[in-house]
Write a protein that binds this ligand. Sequence first.
Ligand code: DAH
Length: 339
Amino acid sequence: MLDNIKQLMTEIGNFSSTDPALIEEFRIKHLSKKGTIAALFEDFKNVPVEQKKAIGQSLNQLKETALNKVNELKEAAQNVTTEQSGIDLTLPGDPEQLGSRHPLSIVRNEILSIFDRLGFVISEGPEIEDDWHNFSALNFAEEHPARDMQDTFFISKNPDILLHTHTSSTQVRDMESYDLPIRVVTPGRVFRNEAISARAHCIFHQIEALYIDENVSFADLKQTLSYFAKEFFGQDTEVRLRPSFFPFTEPSAEMDVTCSLCKGKGCNVCKHTGWLEIMGCGMVHPNVLELNGIDKNKYSGFALGMGIERITMLKYGVRDLRLFFENDIRFLQQFTAAI
Ligand code: DAH
């Protein structure tokens, strides 16, 4: 038996490989339950008592040597060098290119979530519209300049099909499809025939809100505006309304907030007025209610609309609107999404 042990000892001592499959084969041959060493331990039971000590010691030594050998070889196999494996393990890995959320999407989601908290549901309308939904049903006079080819991208004339110039067109679709009361907020991409510059683009984004119910008053509008401004720009933000004109609201107003950058003291961004113009709003014109089949004596409502690019520029201090459309990853990655 000692001869057997000696022979195996030499075999095990001489074995070498960096191939994990061969190392595993070696382990099974010698160290598994049916392996050579287990068989020797089985024979060991029959060894005469006076030889047990010497043979037992050699046997344990053999087992230990085999175990160490397997561990050593396994470790060495993991550290196989470039030359041996043919793969350069020192090369840097391929980085995963992660995208980031577009700043306009971040701001849009933030605005939508504020209106969501006020109970407004999201509705979206088509970008290609007819004259009725974009203009006529919103009380635009026949000769209103916005209907001009200069401002609107027409797809066809007579019948007039166009790219909607504002998200207000979705108000009309909402009045058609929802039962009263209506409380909707509408994000959308809009189109106007404007020269592209740092402050204007022919494609931009708006968010519109519309609320129609019995007894909706200007006070409700003001409260909504104030809540929105404080949630979005900070609790110390103040709001002011200036009289304005839109064909679809009466009275109409323009909402300003105290400049969030200089806190109302006056800076470049607010042109030293301390105020920033944020959105148009007003009480839904009775003509609009009537044109859309809503009883103007029973119902009233308010509407508001804002440009997402403008608000994003103000929020992040972006000075050129064209950056939003270039999609330069270095620009986009500066905005981290809170949502
Ligand atoms: N549609 C207007 C625009 O594009 C913005 C607007 C003003 C929307 C007043 C409204 C509103 O709902 O009440 O300039």
